[in-house]
Design a protein around this ligand. Structure first.
Ligand code: AKB
Length: 344
């Protein structure tokens, strides 16, 4: 008998942390976690099984197919936008070939189970590419099918994997003799920048938001790498987890698309600075824009239109900007760095 599990790749990442902690505390699912690094201590109690390995290792994925009945895959492993620009070919391998491997695993599982395996995929505002700052300022809330000319390797990877997910869901091997056999049920969210009180991101370009806050709370100086007027959409991690779980649970007939925007608030870097300074008056924050990273932020929308998610599956964030900082981020971060486990 194969064990019925939920597979989570990129377990140690920021979303992995949030999702495993939430699902683990709920206790409804057996979690099979996968990461290239050893699993973080704090996640161990929540995982039924952890496998340290690479999503590019086909043998390893083959073993998973043979050993487990995977009902849902949360494929979170990815190299983020800033890191990907330093090594685009490696990013392509991990972000695209890794996703392709997981999609194939999902198809094999779906065919063996005779029902579609759900494949939850976090895409990103990086899938968009606005040509210049004036266009960005005029664009307003960008819809899912607009401005899809990403300017980064990570954005290209995300956009292409969205297409792969759609292909595997509707058209996989359409000319094969056995075409039409059960395939995957791919569901994707385009996330804005995410902010968690518990973890700090690494390798992203929206990182200035969470970094400003976490540095200030630890009394560390911080040089913000974008201009004060830079604006991106953001969301707290709790809402990101909520959106993933709501999209997973949505009835198939309610979905009018495979890829949905979700967002909550869109502060400028200056606004984040002011909120952080109010909470931590001694914070030593300067603005020292890094031209290349700035150009990435300038190519991403200032806001996105998430009305499709709201209409189709009732999406609504729990945390607007005020509630996010005042009721979640600032109090939890304050406590995080004053307790015995100060260091992240
Ligand atoms: C990044 O900055 O690369 C990510 C993202 C917006 O997808 N946080």
């Amino acid at each position: 008998m194969r064990k019925e599990v939920v597979l989570i790749t990129g377990a140690n990442g920021e979303i992995g942390h949030g999702l495993i902690t939430y699902l683990g505390q709920q206790g409804k699912h057996r979690i099979l976690a996968l990461d290239v690094q050893p699993l973080d201590e704090s996640l161990k109690p929540y995982c039924d099984r952890f496998i340290q390995g690479d999503i590019l290792d086909q043998m390893l994925l083959g073993r998973l197919v043979a050993e487990f009945e995977i009902r849902t895959i949360y494929h979170l492993a990815s190299i983020l936008s800033t890191k990907a620009e330093y090594n685009p070919e490696t990013a392509h391998r991990v972000n695209v070939e890794g996703t392709l491997n997981l999609l194939r695993l999902a198809v094999e599982q779906s065919q063996w189970q005779g029902r579609p395996v759900k494949f939850l995929y976090p895409s990103s505002i990086a899938a968009y590419g606005l040509p210049d700052i004036v266009t960005k300022q005029k664009a307003g809330k960008v819809k899912e099918d607009e401005w899809l000319q990403p300017a980064t390797m990570y954005g290209c990877n995300k956009l292409y994997c969205e297409h792969l997910g759609r292909y595997y869901t509707y058209n996989y091997r359409r000319l094969a003799a056995d075409a039409g056999k059960t395939s995957v049920d791919f569901r994707c969210l385009r996330f804005p920048g995410l902010i968690s009180a518990i973890t700090v991101p690494t390798g992203g370009t929206s990182d200035y938001g969470p970094e400003m806050l976490h540095h200030a709370a630890q009394n560390l100086p911080y040089a913000c790498f974008v201009r004060p007027d830079s604006q991106l959409p953001f969301m707290v991690m709790a809402d990101a987890i909520k959106s993933l779980l709501e999209l997973e649970a949505a009835p198939a007939e309610a979905l009018t698309r495979r890829v949905y925007n979700v967002t909550s608030f869109s502060p400028t870097a200056q606004e984040i600075y002011e909120i952080v300074k109010k909470a931590f008056p001694n914070a030593d924050i300067t603005f020292e824009p890094h031209l290349s990273r700035q150009s990435i932020v300038d190519s991403w929308p200032a806001d996105v239109d998430d009305s499709a998610a709201r209409t189709d599956w009732g999406w609504k964030p729990d945390y607007d900007q005020t509630r996010a900082f005042e009721e979640y981020l600032i109090p939890v971060i304050r406590q995080r760095y004053s307790g015995p486990n100060k260091a992240l």
